[in-house]
Design a protein around this ligand. Sequence first.
Ligand SMILES: [Zn+2]
Length: 150
Amino acid sequence: MGIDADSERATVFSGWWLLEPQHTVGPTMESIWNPERISQLTELWNQGLSTAEIGRRIGVTKNAVVGKAHRLLLTPRPSPLKRRPGAVPRVAKVAKPKVLNFSGPSCSWPIGHPGDKNFHFCDEPPLPGKPYCAQHAKMAYIRPKNSSAA
Ligand SMILES: [Zn+2]
């Protein structure tokens, strides 16, 4: 009985220890970085691999890769795919303000009179190749011939 309890505890302990071996500060952490690994790190880093992928290839943890790259002053890579599980994303969703957009893909039919405070442009998506939306294209391209003038 006592033997069972002891082995159970031993398993838990060794499991805990294996979880974060790289968090040890000091010479142990540096010793994983032999010249070969450092050159591999630099090369893979410059190839644009993710830190996790680099770690897998040279056999160190992602944290070790990040820390070493920082110390080697490697150029930070803009990586939209870079995600840190558990980290709080710093990019907040920003509501796009509704603004007049004279060059964007929106109907440029003026509504109201220029100078009025309510003056704005219709913001509907325009017809392909036309500056106006379907509704305003109809109004813009009315042919006088079709009136009853004949
Ligand atoms: Zn319109």
